[in-house]
Design a protein around this ligand. Sequence first.
Ligand code: SDX
Length: 390
Amino acid sequence: QTGHTTLDYGFVNTAATKSAITFIDGDQGILRYRGYPIEQLAKNSTYLEVAWLLIYGELPTADELSAFDERIRRHTLLHEDLKRFFSALPHTAHPMSVLSAATAALSTYYENESDPHNPEHVELNTVRMLAKLPVIAAYAHKKSVGQAFLYPDNSLGFVDNFLKLNFGVLSEDYDVNAVMSRALERLLILHEDHEQNASTSTVRLVGSTGANQFSSISAGINALYGPLHGGANEAVLDMLGRIRDSGESVERFVERVKNKEDGVKLMGFGHRVYKNYDPRAKLVKESADEVLEALGVSDPLLDLAKELEEIALSDDYFKERRLYPNVDFYTGVIYKAMGFPTRMFTVLFAIGRLPGWLAHWREMQGDAQTKIGRPQQLYTGATERQYPGV
Ligand code: SDX
């Protein structure tokens, strides 16, 4: 059919969403942002250059990128009242809940500048989201560890400012570790978009009703939080820690997964689309050794993860189901080595995915999808029947 490609996912036909942003070939393990291979972007580009590429469709000129960076730096401050918003939440709150709530709260400061059909509002709020979400994320981290919030340092680039907001303290100067900065930039690039995944589809669906960027992104954050989606990077570290602390052999754990005992899954394995090695997981695994060595960190959980992967990839259960490591399998070990608490890992995923969410929200506002989102249904309920006595 023209206009709508009807794909059969095996359980229900659904009209495919049209998009020109990201291409994935799950069998070949191919991922391209606007046609550029993820391997080249991760190794040579920057978070903001890739954000521009995803949002506007072309790589920026040096002047465009410099002006984009400068605009973002000028919007990093949160309204002072919004900073007090965080004190209303318990210090035990999960940083993803804080991120989602504070993002929805952010929209209350710009209600008169959030018309999705006003190009100036759209541009301004794209910059505001890129500038302020990292600050909100860092405040969620600081709140969880009981430390004072820092002001953004506009003399620093995007990633370095984010690292300082997370790890700087008022009582000391903070020197950015160049290895950490480059490694985090690469990880963020690897997460920037991934086609119609659950959280991006959520952003598109909510945005298709006319909701603004803040509300749509807040909805996407909630979808990402789930352990089967972005929450998996946190769940992988919890899984590795449980295996280590239980003294259970890796072989025994894999047997429990295969027997589906207590619904246990090999977190960080499997994917809706990749039925081959997730190209992002390959890049993350490559840099894990390099980053931990450069940071002078040795973590037995990395060795445990490699052992788990080796056993799983040689086992017919996983081969028959085409289960391979996905982007979440190794990222947590690197985030942990950088000093991020485990509960911040999915927040880092959200900061990475933000440009993709914004790009899809904007594409959906254009002519790519002019109708309100409404997934098709295959009705399986009761046929018509009469009310008793009627
Ligand atoms: C992300 O969509 C995206 O692009 C997402 C993402 C992105 O960038 O946005 O790539 C990010 O979310 C990556 C995925 C992170 N989640 C996890 O690592 C959680 C563990 N993975 C699984 O829950 C699962 O693999 C999914 C949800 C990711 C994908 O599930 P599918 O494709 O719907 O596969 P399925 O649930 O139908 O499983 C098929 C079979 C089943 O066994 P049988 O019923 O045939 O016997 O494979 C088994 C499943 O039980 N299986 C697993 C498994 N994943 C699937 N068994 C053990 N461990 C796993 N991880």
